[in-house]
Write a protein that binds this ligand. Structure first.
Ligand SMILES: [Mn+2]
Length: 505
């Protein structure tokens, strides 16, 4: 669905969920601005029992001149667009409309209308709206209030950007030309005294597991940002290395995850805890997620009699999952690892098509660049002999010219990228985003490297010889690999990659 497809409707109402948060307000404002620009008869509304009262939101509406209206009834418009929520969800007041469209970033909770764009992997709906606007040629930075609103929406939905993981979210964070003094003003009206009490009460009710040094905390329904504040404080406790703070909200169960041990990334823990029942991710030390109680109930139907039961026993659920996680995880430090070769099989790497870019042909030598991929950001200065290799999934590796020539053969065929997110580059020079793809050419990686492999049936974290700070994660279905010519060169190969790239010797 594109926004321009919606221009055929005359009266348009944008509705966000009841008790709107900053992201709902910002993303609705983005859509409102677009339709207003296109001379539509448009309104931006919300319903529910309460008028917006939170100080930071009241300030946001006033300072950024956001024309949101509180309504209890609505004349059915030609088109109703629900934003940051889905039509007829629990926290979305029902209004009749001739047509309905949905623009959201939560988990799909029921049947969607034909016109909808729901991207659950995004940290905020503001990110999605920014993308939709840019596709119609609208630059958010031409209106400072809009750029500021979207930036703040993302900031509030990702716990001050600490729980951000999708590259499109990072793009909005880095690109928005926002109003700094206003953001500072909103930030310092973030917590009310009542919320301070919620945090205090939650902290007193912690549950602690001594063996694995984790804490689980439930907070009464509150702004999700409070969860992050509680988690940060809990982690300062000497006996606590990990913690999960959650709250049951109308949109689902919001959680914040914290870790201070390099052997466990908070982002991985969040992903593990929400697997198949929601979504989660973030950073090494801070992460977050959202669980749908319906999915939790369905998945454990035999244990939880009802959705209410599933909600009531969340604390026990988290403790059990955390303990299972720590029990099943094996940590390998490559430099001290002695592989049991009798349990492994010899394989050889096949020839493989890759994309490559000679960095100095695309960027000035000496500039600092950030290469953004689905896997994360990679920062490096551009050197004369640097080559950037692009794998099939859009993953990126750097190599020196000599190595590149030795292990690859340049092919005379155009490069085609088929992954989900094109690797893009930001330069320190002008901060603009540049896609790597137009610069890419095709090469063939020469095979021949021989390895021993073992299929994994549990979670393994490998600290390789070249990176003792960050581990490579392997799960059931992936493979543990050891180089034949260097038995301390231990690493993980993803299941699908392995099958594509290796053959038995
Ligand atoms: Mn949101």
């Amino acid at each position: 669905m594109r926004l321009r497809d919606l221009l055929k409707y005359e009266t348009i109402v944008i509705q966000c969920h009841d008790n709107p948060d900053a992201d709902a307000v910002a993303s609705g404002f983005g859509l409102y601005t677009y339709f207003k620009k296109n001379n539509k008869n448009v309104r931006f509304v919300y319903g529910g029992r309460f008028v917006i009262q939170k100080s930071n939101l009241v300030l946001m509406l006033r300072e950024l001149a956001i024309p949101i209206e509180y309504v209890t009834t609505l004349e059915p418009p030609d088109l109703l667009i629900t934003v940051d929520c889905q039509y007829d969800e629990g926290n979305v007041t029902h209004f009749d409309a001739k047509e309905v469209a949905v623009i959201d970033h939560h988990q799909v909770s029921g049947p969607l209308p034909r016109m909808s764009d729901v991207r659950s992997s995004l940290g905020s709906c503001s990110t999605l709206v920014r993308e939709l606007l840019e596709r119609e040629g609208m630059d958010i930075n031409e209106e400072k209030n809009l750029a500021t609103a979207l930036y703040y929406g993302l900031m509030m939905d990702t716990n001050q950007f600490t729980e951000i993981y999708h590259p499109l979210d990072k793009d909005l964070r880095d690109d928005a030309a926002f109003d700094r003094s206003r953001i500072t003003m909103f930030r310092n009206a973030n917590i009310s005294l009542a919320e301070l009490e919620i945090a205090g009460e939650a902290l007193c009710g912690y549950e602690y597991e001594e063996k694995y040094r984790y804490a689980v905390i439930q907070a009464r329904p509150c702004d999700p940002n409070i969860l992050g504040i509680i988690g940060d404080m809990m982690l300062e406790v000497d006996a606590v290395d990990f913690c999960v703070v959650y709250s049951i909200l109308p949109v689902g169960v919001k959680l914040s995850v914290r870790s201070c041990r390099k052997e466990t990334r908070a982002s991985e823990l969040a992903d593990y805890l929400t697997d198949k029942i929601g979504s989660g991710g973030g950073h090494v030390e801070k992460a977050g997620g959202l669980i749908q109680p319906e999915l939790l109930h369905r998945m454990y139907a035999r244990e939880y009699g009802s959705i209410e039961d599933a909600k009531a026993r969340l604390r026990e659920f988290f403790s059990r999952r955390l303990t299972a996680y720590f029990e099943e995880s094996e940590v390998i430090y490559a430099k001290d690892y002695a592989a049991d070769l009798s349990q492994m099989h010899a394989y050889r790497r096949k020839n493989l098509r890759l994309g490559y870019v000679k960095a100095s042909e695309a960027f000035q030598v000496g500039t600092k660049i950030t290469i953004r991929t689905l896997e994360g950001d990679l920062e490096t200065p551009v050197t004369e002999d640097m080559y950037i290799l692009i794998g099939m999934g859009g993953e990126v590796r750097l190599t020196a010219e000599e190595n590149f020539q030795k292990s690859n053969k340049v092919l005379d065929e155009p490069y085609v990228f088929e992954g989900e997110y094109k690797p893009t580059v930001k330069t320190s020079f002008d901060g603009k985003n540049v896609s790597l793809i137009p610069y890419a050419k095709t090469c063939m990686a020469r095979g021949g490297v021989e390895i021993y492999i073992k299929p994994l049936d549990h979670r393994v974290k490998v600290f390789t010889e070249w990176d003792e700070e960050n581990y490579m994660l392997g799960r059931a279905g992936d493979y543990l690999a050891v180089r034949k010519d260097d038995l301390h060169n231990v690493y993980v190969i993803a299941g699908d990659t392995f099958e594509r790239m290796y053959e038995m010797v």
